[in-house]
Design a protein around this ligand. Structure first.
Ligand code: XIL
Length: 319
């Protein structure tokens, strides 16, 4: 089959990678099919700033070097995320002013280090609560105030005037209050010249939902603001209910249809709003979902033996 990146001419095709996997067929397929990578964990705060003793950019550097050598773009993910905050930051020993100075130094240092090498950053990931759209009460909010997000975005822009700044979150197509809060924040930032270039929909979805109209209308809310839209972490669960008895050939065909549908939706958004469509892993066994949900699933486009699934055909059919 033709390479995904050759068929997708108006946006980048991205994949989440782990440094330890960058050899053999994984490496060959990655460079053949994809234009862009996202670090699955190597560019999170718990990794880059593991202790108050200092930064550790070993793994992030390795990935950036790898991407440069192989001509891949890098989407940076993610500077601030409540789920990858190192323990010493959660239990910060110091004043609120010292906390804020520490976060500022972390962002300026990291963004400056990769200036000109990283195309875009998810600066803040998952800031809003499920169901209410209110700000999650993370340690960043507690110590820096409700405006912690815009502070982080301004420091990012200060460190790299050209890097694209994204806000990324999950359930964006199904949680109206979360999407609403995101759009309100984005419009407020645009009105006050706080830097923001795009919104990421993670797109951890299932074969049976959300449906096309739901995804399309959420996407339109973003593109109506004039910002870019990234489908940033696509995977499609074929087995959301851990019902092994219903796993039929038909289910695999449905996944082909769903991949096709998502790609069609992304491809149809206005050209200036497109950025990248990123899948969250290569082979089914690489998926985070099995650990996360505690049961089997097959959410990606490649089988464990590196052969293509029907989902891959679906992706190509969507273009
Ligand atoms: C996940 C990775 O896939 C795992 O390997 C890691 O242990 C935890 O994080 N939303 C995000 C991603 O923004 O960073 C998460 O990635 C999946 C959910």
């Amino acid at each position: 089959e033709t390479a995904l990146k050759e068929v997708a001419t108006t946006f980048s095709v991205g994949m989440a990678v782990q440094t330890s996997r960058l050899t053999g067929d994984y490496l060959t397929i990655l460079t053949k099919e994809f234009d862009q990578i996202t670090a699955e964990w190597e560019m999170k705060m718990s990794v880059m700033y593991p202790s108050s003793a200092g930064y550790d950019f070993t793994r992030a550097d390795e990935l950036v070097e790898f991407a440069e050598t192989n001509g891949l773009e890098i989407h940076g993910h993610s500077l601030i995320w409540h789920n990858s905050t190192p323990a010493w930051v959660e239990d910060f020993a110091g004043t609120d002013a010292e906390f804020e100075a520490m976060v500022k130094d972390y962002i300026i240092t990291t963004v400056t280090r990769y200036k000109g090498k990283i195309k875009s950053w998810d600066v803040v990931n998952e800031a809003f609560e499920d169901g209410s759209g209110s700000l999650r009460n993370s340690v960043f909010r507690q110590k820096m105030g409700d405006d912690y997000i815009e502070k982080c975005y301004k420091w990012t822009r200060e460190a790299d005037p050209d890097v694209l700044i994204f806000y990324n979150d999950y359930n964006m197509t199904t949680d109206a209050s979360k999407l609403g809060s995101t759009i309100d924040m984005a419009e407020d930032f645009i009105a006050r010249d706080v830097p923001i270039d795009g919104i990421g929909f993670q797109m951890h979805i299932s074969y049976n939902g959300p449906d096309r109209a739901t995804i399309e209308s959420a996407a339109k809310k973003v593109t109506d603001t004039g910002l870019m839209l990234h489908f940033s972490e696509l995977d499609i669960r074929a087995n959301p209910n851990n019902d092994m008895s219903e796993l039929t050939v038909q289910r695999a065909v449905d996944l082909q249809e769903k991949y096709k549908e998502v790609v069609e939706i992304y491809n149809a958004i206005p050209e200036e709003s497109k950025f990248a469509l990123t899948v969250w892993g290569l082979r089914d066994q690489d998926t985070w979902l099995i650990d996360f949900w505690g049961h089997q699933d097959w959410p990606l486009m490649y089988n464990n033996d590196f052969s293509v699934k029907k989902a891959h055909t679906g992706f190509l059919e969507g273009l």
